[in-house]
Design a protein. Structure first.
Length: 323
């Protein structure tokens, strides 16, 4: 059994929350309600035993499980997956039939809402293959509906900001982001909202960096470089300082050179622009003093060399210029 019911009974890890009855009332899948009541008895049953008790098949059980999860009446009883586990799971994920997809879409309001939001924001008309992808993420991996819908809105908003609203993200982008969230353990709406807030803050910083640099066009790799600076804790003022240094020393803004500068500052524990400016001014002043001292030492050596010329050398020089 892949899920644990939220009810009452220590043996099965069940805890009955306030409002459970209201949640059950909103469940339209009758099999899901029967499954919940069976789990609340406290017996630990495998999938085959549950199917036998309820008179259902594996697909109907999986749909019922997903329905309970989406309504907060059950949770996945699995450990967080590592990248290798996720890759292996994708290879072994079930291939849902047209009938199974239709059954979930028509019998689970939460999944229907996912489909509706995907068609509204991502792809206007989903085909059977598209629905199968959504069902895999929702039913097989167990991403709750509210978390999944938050993801869809996030991907759509991110793509719109990157392209001035001129195009929509692909369903493949949604799929990749979903696997990323699953690998990061983002499987509830609270974590999803926290993650989205952090991502929006980073995106805002990247936009500020672009304006500070004033470059005509940036590639996706360039933007990832800028994102890395935001993750290091720099603001637009710090990035502007690094670009000024790049222009002064290299004659132009070179992102790779700026990257070395910024990461060097980070290693020195510097991310505040005002502190960096003070340190750079002090370092430049010291370099100027060193250059002046070096020039003076060089001039002193020249005078000393003249004074140390022998009488014969002076006579030779005189004869050279008098000829």
């Amino acid at each position: 059994m892949a899920v644990t019911a939220v009810g009452a009974g220590r043996e099965s890890g069940i805890v009955l929350p306030a409002g459970t009855v209201e949640r059950l009332i909103r469940v339209e899948n009758g099999t899901a309600i029967r499954l919940y009541l069976l789990l609340c008895q406290g017996a630990v049953l495998d999938s085959a035993a549950i199917c036998q008790r309820l008179g259902i098949n594996d697909c109907e059980l999986e749909i019922a499980e997903a329905c309970l999860i989406s309504h907060g009446l059950a949770s996945r009883a699995s450990e967080p997956r590592c990248d290798r586990d996720m890759a292996r799971d994708r290879e072994s994920a079930p291939v849902y039939t047209r009938e199974e997809i239709a059954s979930l879409k028509n019998g689970d309001m939460a999944f229907s809402h996912i489909v509706y939001e995907t068609e509204r924001l991502i792809k206007p008309l989903l085909n059977e293959s598209d629905l199968r992808e959504l069902m895999t993420i929702y039913s097989y991996y167990g991403m709750p509906a509210d978390c999944f819908i938050t993801l869809i809105h996030f991907v759509a908003a991110r793509t719109a900001s990157q392209n001035d609203g001129t195009r929509r993200p692909s369903l493949l982008t949604v799929k990749k982001e979903a696997y990323r969230w699953l690998e990061l353990g983002i499987t509830c709406v609270e974590k999803a909202e926290e993650f989205v807030a952090a991502e929006l803050a980073l995106s805002k910083k990247v936009t500020e960096f672009e304006r500070a640099l004033g470059l005509p066009a940036l590639t996706n790799d360039d933007r990832w470089t800028l994102r890395g600076w935001a993750e290091l804790g720099f603001d637009a003022a710090g990035v502007k300082l690094a670009s000024d240094i790049s222009k002064k020393r290299k004659g132009e803004i070179i992102l790779a050179y700026m990257n070395r500068i910024l990461r060097g500052w980070k290693r020195d524990g510097l991310t505040d622009a005002s502190e960096i400016a003070r340190r750079e001014q002090a370092a430049e002043h010291e370099r100027e003093l060193n250059r002046t001292a070096a020039a003076r030492r060089s001039g002193k050596r020249t005078v000393q060399t003249d004074r140390e010329l022998s009488q014969a050398e002076r006579a030779a020089l005189d004869s050279l210029f008098n000829d």
